[in-house]
Design a binder for this molecule. Structure first.
Ligand code: AMP
Ligand code: ZN
Ligand code: ZN
Length: 306
C-alpha cells in the first residue's frame, strides 16, 4: 500500500478512511464531513432551514461537532444540556456541563444553550432514580435513556422546537442494531431509523444527522476543528452491553473494512423494503400526568419513575 494522498488536492498529510478507500487532507476532510452531513439531512428529510432544531449536547465529540456543523450549514440550532447528576467520584455531569457551557460561549456564541438540571427539577439525580428501582445500578443506563428521551421531548415542546437532533454515530447505531438483531426485537427494528417522525400525541421529530459517520470520523472532525470535548465515557457505561457489542463489531471491522457501514445501510434498505411487514406500532395514549405518549394506560414510565 503506497502513501495516500488527498483525493482532492494531492496533499500528502491525510486522514485515510479505509472503509471508504478515501484519503483527504484536513481541510478537505472537514469539507467532506459537512457536505455528507448536509446530504444525509436532505436524503432523510430531517429538517429544513426554517425548522428550529434543538441539539441535545452531552459535552462529547459527536454532539458538540453536530451543533457546530448544523450552524455552519446555516440551520437554526440551539443546544440543550441535561444535568443528570452523575458524579461517580469524578464529577462526570458537572464536568460535561462545563465543557458544553464553554463551547457555547466560545464556539457558537450566537446560539442559545438551554440547561436542565434534573435534581433541581425533580429532586433526584439519575443514580438516585435508578437506585430505587428493582435491578438497581444495572438499570441505571436504561433509566438514564428514558429520562433523557422524556426530558428532551418535554424541553423541545415547551420551548417550541420542531426537531430534536442527537449526536449518535454509526458505531452507536450499528451496536443498537446488532443488539436488536441478537434478540430479534422486531418492534425496535422497524422503528430504528436516522429520523423518527413527530406524532399527534406530542412526540417531537427526532433526527440523527451523524449516523452515517464512524466514531473515528467524528473524533477526527472534533480534533481537526479544535473542539474541546469531554473524552471520558459515562463512568456507568463501562462494562455496559453496548460497549461489548461495539467491541465485536470493531473486531470484525478490523478484518473487513466497511463491515459496520454495510451492516447499517443494508439494514436501512431492507427496512425500507418492508423487512418486517405486519409490525405496527402499538397504540399509544397520552400520559395522564405529563401528556407525553405512552404504551401504558395512566402514567408513562417517566412519571412512574419520578
Ligand atoms: P449517549 O446516549 O450517551 O450515547 O448519547 C447519545 C446522544 O444523546 C448524544 O450524542 C447527545 O446528542 C445526547 N445526549 C447524551 N447525554 C446528554 C445530556 N446529558 N444532555 C443532552 N443530550 C445528551
Ligand atoms: Zn486536500
Ligand atoms: Zn408522563
Amino acid at each position: 500500500m503506497g502513501v495516500h494522498r488527498c483525493r482532492r488536492c494531492q496533499a500528502d498529510s491525510v486522514i485515510y478512511m479505509r472503509q471508504h478507500r478515501l484519503a483527504l487532507c484536513e481541510p478537505h476532510f472537514v469539507e467532506w464531513v459537512e457536505r455528507m452531513t448536509l446530504g444525509f439531512i436532505k436524503k432523510h428529510r430531517m429538517f429544513e432551514p426554517e425548522d428550529r432544531v434543538l441539539v441535545a449536547v452531552s459535552g462529547g465529540k459527536d454532539s458538540l461537532s453536530l451543533w457546530s456543523i448544523l450552524l455552519k450549514l446555516g440551520y437554526q440550532a440551539d443546544g440543550l444540556y441535561i444535568d443528570l447528576g452523575i458524579d461517580a467520584g469524578c464529577g462526570y455531569s458537572k464536568r460535561s456541563g462545563e465543557h458544553v457551557a464553554k463551547f457555547a460561549l466560545q464556539v457558537v456564541p450566537g446560539a442559545k444553550l438551554h440547561l436542565l438540571d434534573l435534581a433541581a427539577l425533580y429532586g433526584k439525580t439519575v443514580p438516585e432514580m435508578a437506585g430505587r428501582r428493582k435491578g438497581g445500578r444495572r438499570k441505571l443506563c436504561s433509566v438514564c435513556g428514558l429520562v433523557k428521551r422524556h426530558e428532551m421531548n418535554r424541553a423541545a415542546r415547551e420551548l417550541g422546537y420542531s426537531v430534536i437532533a442527537t449526536g449518535h454515530n454509526l458505531d452507536d447505531e450499528a451496536a443498537v442494531l446488532f443488539g436488536n438483531v441478537l434478540h430479534w426485537e422486531a418492534e425496535y427494528l422497524v422503528r430504528q431509523s436516522p429520523v423518527l417522525p413527530a406524532d399527534d400525541l406530542g412526540l417531537v421529530k427526532r433526527a440523527k444527522p451523524l449516523a452515517r459517520f464512524y466514531e473515528r470520523e467524528t473524533a477526527a472532525y472534533a480534533i481537526v476543528g479544535n473542539i474541546d470535548y469531554i473524552v471520558d465515557e459515562c463512568p456507568f457505561s463501562l462494562g455496559a452491553t453496548s460497549l461489548r457489542l461495539k467491541e465485536v463489531l470493531n473486531s470484525m471491522e478490523d478484518r473487513s473494512a466497511g463491515t459496520k457501514l454495510n451492516f447499517y445501510f443494508s439494514f436501512l434498505r431492507a427496512r425500507d423494503n418492508s423487512l418486517f411487514p405486519g409490525y405496527e406500532r402499538p397504540d399509544l395514549n397520552p400520559c395522564c400526568k405529563c401528556g407525553q405518549a405512552t404504551g401504558a394506560s395512566g402514567l408513562c414510565a417517566f412519571c412512574r419513575l419520578v
